[in-house]
Design a protein around this ligand. Structure first.
Ligand code: RNT
Ligand code: ZN
Length: 416
């Protein structure tokens, strides 16, 4: 008997079907954020880098500096990751060439993303999209859609409308739904003298942005609790967007697990939203103190998030996307570690004795519930994960790292 066959029996004794878990896992696409490959720099301001509302730290060699490099790095990472994939694009990754020279963000069109669609088709990827409302001179006093300056607001509303049209066309081309997520960094460092005004302006801006029907687009809005330089007030807070989404059918509230107070858990927010929304877009990241974007690892909260998705039968409702970036380590490895961790945690969640756990809870048998939750941890999970990687034709844990290091030596180091 192979190690997998033995493990399969151990799980079967608890009523858990490992074959079914593997099959369900292989159906779930994970959206990989393109901005991990170049520290959120994009192609429309290559010398500027991230700024005006977003920040990546570190200077590890080998950042992708072009469309060609970013595609190559993404494919290198993807080759080491099991499962279905989507690529999450930001508008600042518009591809400019002789036929389509640089334009400002309010003038972007589908043509600037047609090369990404070709890339997606060649590699069987889905695409998700985001307006890029940061790292740009039209951010004024740290504000965009909530700015008191009509010109600033107009520019960003036009940009967001352009992005929705682009997302719609991408969806048509791929015959798929495209998540188009709006996140803005607007807020104040110090105590505001008007907290309502900016929110009313943001509300009116969103109404304009979402006015057009885009049947291939899933719209979402993403809140944040605070950020560096925006410590006192965030316009797009949790309450604001949650209520916006609740009152605007077709607009969803995106949960980023780096965007809440440290004692709040997205694993608990998912089942709080499920009674009200048929979709929950998710940004999976790893909050560390004041930062929201560390590389995702196989930790308790990631497993808890995936457990809530699986045991509430929400694998089709929760749209899982990564949102982490780290410029201080090998960026391809960062993609691999983060995305493999998500798949691993989903597999973990698919291998829980959910029925028994629920029965124990409903019977008030909390002792048994705790015992089961603990004992499951020492089942031979690694053997199921390894089997999954093998069937998906990607390296198991312990054997992908060399490929990344070779790529670093041959390709990445040459870029500096
Ligand atoms: C920032 C938000 C947002 C961004 C991306 C680049 O805190 O999480 O989702 O990370 O849009
Ligand atoms: Zn996010």
């Amino acid at each position: 008997m192979t190690r997998y066959e033995e493990a399969k029996l151990r799980y079967a004794a608890l009523g858990i079907d490992t074959e079914q878990a593997i099959e369900r896992l292989s159906q779930k696409a994970i959206s990989m954020n393109c901005w991990q490959g170049d520290d959120v720099t994009g192609f429309d301001n290559p010398d500027g880098g991230a700024g005006n509302g977003i920040q990546a730290t570190g200077n590890y060699p080998g950042r992708a500096r072009s469309f060609a490099e970013l595609k190559a790095d993404f494919l290198q990472a993807a080759a080491l990751i099991p499962g279905r994939k989507r690529i999450n694009l930001h508008a600042c990754y518009a591809v400019f060439d002789e036929a389509h020279p640089l334009v400002d963000r309010d003038k972007l069109t589908y043509e600037h993303f047609a090369p990404w669609v070709a890339f997606a088709k060649e590699n069987s990827l889905g695409i998700d999209f985001n307006p890029t409302i940061f790292s740009h001179p039209m951010m004024k006093d740290g504000l965009s859609l909530s700015s008191p300056d009509e010109k600033v607001r107009r520019f960003w509303i036009d940009h967001a409308i352009a992005c929705r049209r682009i997302a719609e066309r991408i969806g048509q081309e791929l015959d798929d739904m495209v998540l188009n997520n709006v996140w803005i960094p607007d807020g104040y460092k110090d105590t505001p003298s008007d907290r309502l005004g900016p929110r009313l302006r943001l509300q009116a801006a969103l109404d304009e942005i979402f006015a057009e029907k885009c049947p291939h687009v899933i719209d979402s809005v993403e809140s944040k609790v605070f950020a560096i330089g925006v410590e006192s007030y965030t316009v797009g807070s949790n309450e604001f967007y949650m209520n916006y989404a609740a009152t605007h059918p077709g607009v969803y509230n995106l949960l980023d697990n780096g965007h809440y107070h440290p004692m709040e858990y997205v694993s608990d927010k998912i089942p709080a939203l499920l009674p009200f929304f048929d979709r929950i877009p998710l940004h999976v990241t790893r909050p560390v103190r004041w930062d929201s974007d560390h590389v995702v690892i196989f930790d308790d909260e990631l497993r808890e998030i995936m457990k809530e998705i699986v045991r509430n039968d929400a694998m089709d409702k929760v749209l899982i996307g990564l949102d982490c970036f780290d410029a201080s380590i090998n960026r391809v490895a960062a993609w691999v570690i983060a995305t493999r961790s998500v798949h691993k945690a989903l597999l973990w969640a698919l291998l829980q004795p959910d029925e028994e756990l629920r029965t124990a809870q409903d019977a008030g048998d909390f002792t048994r519930r705790l015992m089961l939750q603990e004992e499951i941890k020492t089942l031979p999970f690694a053997d199921i994960w390894e089997e999954y990687c093998t069937r998906q034709d990607v390296p198991a844990d312990g054997s992908w790292y060399d490929a990344v290091m070779e790529y670093e030596t041959k390709v990445l180091v040459e870029r500096t």
